[in-house]
Design a protein around this ligand. Sequence first.
Ligand SMILES: NC(=O)c1ccc[n+]([C@@H]2O[C@H](COP(=O)([O-])OP(=O)(O)OC[C@H]3O[C@@H](n4cnc5c(N)ncnc54)[C@H](O)[C@@H]3O)[C@@H](O)[C@H]2O)c1
Length: 280
Amino acid sequence: MSSWDEMLKGKTAVVTGASRGLGRADALALAEAGADVVITDILIESDEHNEQEAERFGPIAQVMQSTNVMYADKTAQEIRDMGRRSFAAKMDVTDREQVQDVFAKVKEEFGRIDILVNNAGTLDHVSQIENQNDDFWQRDLNVNLTGSYNCTKAVWPYMKEQGYGRIINMSSVAGTLGGFGQASYSVTKGGLLSFTKSMALEGGKHGINVNAIVPGIIGTEAFKMGNAKMNQRMIDRTVFKQPGEPEDIANAITFLVSDKAKYITGIGLNVSGGIELFTF
Ligand SMILES: NC(=O)c1ccc[n+]([C@@H]2O[C@H](COP(=O)([O-])OP(=O)(O)OC[C@H]3O[C@@H](n4cnc5c(N)ncnc54)[C@H](O)[C@@H]3O)[C@@H](O)[C@H]2O)c1
């Protein structure tokens, strides 16, 4: 059994949507635990098409692009500075061809792919059914659900060949509890929990463990951009009366993808500060 230090030494991880927020924190934590990590996202500092891409991906992407909140290349550099291998790649999880190409490149450069964190997601609108924008409905399904499917499908043959893999899907309490004005988002996050269980069943015989993280509210740049009053109401529902930190998610993921969690598969792990607990 490996020690807690460097427990991911020799492993290669790919994190989607990792240029900021939870994805970036996950990537840094995996690297700290010894893994080589590939940072992927639609917005990458060195990409000259960022403006058009941001427009395509909605309001949050546009704000992040215009305020330069994208740290994909920077995160890869930070990981290299830790002595691990890393690069940043532009990868839209809805683009099957681009996804296949990036995973093929990772395999070619690093020789194996042990860990996939399906983190890319959209959390940029709240609207009740009458006002639900049809394009956003479809986009949420495409990015959150089909995007995770695309990446899982691309990495599966490599993991199967190795007889080893760890996949994490980023769900949400909106997926377990539903969300007022969040039909499109919550349906994708609920779907990811079923996807996790099905893939865990299929992965067992290939040494592939598949689990989900169920975050409550975590103080990322994207969360902080939300409506302040609405955010405070959610914070008040947690046991700790404060949002979680990105590291709370990253630590849970680091454990779940390590061999310390080798007998855990098919679960949705709440990292939610108890937001779902019933109280008077
Ligand atoms: N922050 C929270 O409170 C919270 C709570 C529950 C679940 N989550 C989930 O955690 C994940 C990260 O959330 P966050 O708070 O860091 O949000 P975020 O918006 O900062 O991060 C999402 C990342 O996904 C990327 N992305 C969007 N569309 C993409 C696409 N088509 N292809 C590739 N990348 C794409 C974005 O560019 C961004 O970097 C999301 O899946 C979100 O649903 C977050």
